[in-house]
Design a protein. Structure first.
Length: 116
């Protein structure tokens, strides 16, 4: 999805560059064209430029929302991994104590929050 949006941004930038080049070319030809035609072309170019800018702003907003969602998912996964790691360590400790002998088991269980 990000690659597609980046490609869309590149297309918008290329389109804007083309429009700027057209605008410069139109300005160079002003001495040869009637004034009414120049005004229409300039207005059209401004409208097209405004549309491109609106499209780019919309794309940026969509990217912001997508990045926020991705960030939230990553934070949730980090919390879940930390929880699983804690549980794994508790199980390993419990297993080691059980293997070594039952004498320290009640104390260890209370430390782990598993009172007998």
């Amino acid at each position: 999805m990000l690659a597609a949006k980046e490609e869309q941004l590149r297309e918008f930038q290329e389109e804007m560059t083309t429009l700027k080049e057209n605008l410069l070319a139109d300005e160079k030809e002003t001495c040869c064209l009637p004034q009414r035609s120049i005004a229409k072309d300039t207005c059209r170019l401004h409208r097209e430029n405004d549309q491109i800018m609106c499209n780019m702003e919309q794309w940026a907003k969509e990217q912001k929302v997508a990045n926020e969602k991705l960030g939230n998912k990553l934070r949730e996964q980090v919390k879940y991994i930390a929880k699983l790691t804690g549980e794994k360590e508790s199980i390993l400790l419990y297993t080691r104590i059980k293997k070594d002998g039952h004498s320290a088991l009640p104390h260890t269980l209370s430390v782990l929050g598993m009172d007998c």
